[in-house]
Design a protein around this ligand. Structure first.
Ligand SMILES: CC(C)(COP(=O)(O)OP(=O)(O)OC[C@H]1O[C@@H](n2cnc3c(N)ncnc32)[C@H](O)[C@@H]1OP(=O)(O)O)[C@@H](O)C(=O)NCCC(=O)NCCS
Length: 314
């Protein structure tokens, strides 16, 4: 057993060799493994599930194979996966993404994900990982360290020094026609370079994380290969902007949107107009609550969830 008095764990950059151990850390948070048959949840062991079925419990971290592809993508894109080890065994994983965001975040180091093996929680390992993220952010001249917290993790991050920054809402909105000036733009070399420094008004503050997930979502699994993705470069009221619409099920689009100057409300109107033109029936978007309040009375929508962005200003 490790000693808390001498420090609970050592932290190092993850390697491809860690894929199995990292996958086990994430699996420890899944309470039960089951298969859906005819609307029934039939309890089966982890080993009985296919890679595709496991993916449905929590994405690419759920199997060694897909976790290795994900780690490979992170490491090749210079994103930072860290593990904390006790007795030479990884017991926590954290993924850091640096990007340039609109104000007030600036050059932001974002904790895309932090999981401590369930059996090792409550021993200060999570706090050590956040300390590592702070150190990395400072060494890399970031203006802020950010995280998107859920109800279950917010108190932990507050205790680690984070302060509330933005309330986010997840909405379902119906496409439609709105008065906003939209014109096509020729595609740039890459989405990542195009959006550098832009405000990510729709899908808040996940820019760098989004880029890597986009690359990483190309697994040869039925649940990934059926997801269609449309990218539209355009100007909104004269400002260079881009939408990414991901359609996990036909007729529904998860929308992300960046702009170099258009306000969030106009970007939402333009996104709903584009979705209507694509024949989409419903859209899902993540917005700042205050941006949503500006458009709420003008669009047909309903609230489906909330999240909060927390920040440490550096
Ligand atoms: C949240 C999590 C990272 C915390 O890790 P941990 O190693 O157990 O946390 P620590 O032991 O370092 O705790 C640090 C402090 O936060 C507190 N804390 C930890 N988890 C907490 C929680 N869920 N709620 C409230 N406080 C919490 C601890 O009591 C401790 O407080 P103290 O400094 O006053 O003693 C870990 O429980 C985890 O991996 N959870 C699942 C993560 C998840 O669901 N992520 C989804 C979004 S990516």
């Amino acid at each position: 057993m490790f000693s808390i008095a001498t420090g609970p764990a050592t932290i190092r950059l993850a390697r491809l060799d860690d894929a199995a151990a990292i996958s086990r850390i994430h699996q420890s948070h899944v309470p039960r493994w089951y298969r859906k048959t005819g609307g029934e949840h039939c309890e089966v062991g982890y080993e009985a599930l296919t890679l595709d079925e496991r993916y449905g419990f929590g994405g690419q971290w759920m199997s060694t194979e897909t976790c290795a592809i994900h780690l490979n993508n992170l490491l090749l894109s210079h994103h930072m996966p860290y593990v904390a080890e006790t007795d030479g065994k990884p017991v926590a994983e954290m993924e850091l993404f640096v990007s340039r965001e609109g104000p007030p975040y600036g050059r932001a180091c974002h904790i895309g994900l932090l999981y401590v093996d369930k059996a090792f929680t409550g021993h200060g390992i999570g706090a050590m990982m956040v300390e590592k993220a702070l150190q990395y952010a400072r060494e890399n001249r970031c203006d802020s360290l950010t995280v998107s917290a859920t109800r279950a993790t917010e108190e932990f991050y507050r205790r680690c020094g984070f302060a509330f920054r933005d309330a986010l809402v997840e909405i379902e909105a119906l496409p439609g026609d709105f008065i906003v000036d939209v014109a096509p733009l020729p595609p740039p070399l890459s989405l990542q370079s195009f959006t550098w420094g832009m405000n990510m008004h729709i899908g808040r503050l996940q820019s760098s994380a989004y880029h890597v997930f986009e690359a990483a979502s190309e697994y040869a699994l039925a649940s990934c290969m059926n997801v269609q993705r449309h990218i539209q470069y355009l100007t909104v009221n004269g400002h260079p902007s881009v939408f990414v619409c991901q359609c996990p099920v036909p007729g529904n689009a998860v929308v992300r949107g960046w702009s170099a100057g258009a306000d969030a409300g106009d970007l939402v109107f333009a996104a709903l107009g584009k979705a209507a033109a694509m024949g989409v029936r419903t859209t899902n978007m993540l917005l700042c609550r205050k941006d949503y309040e500006h458009v709420e009375g003008l669009i047909e929508s309903r609230l489906i969830g909330t999240r909060r962005t927390l920040m440490i200003k550096l």
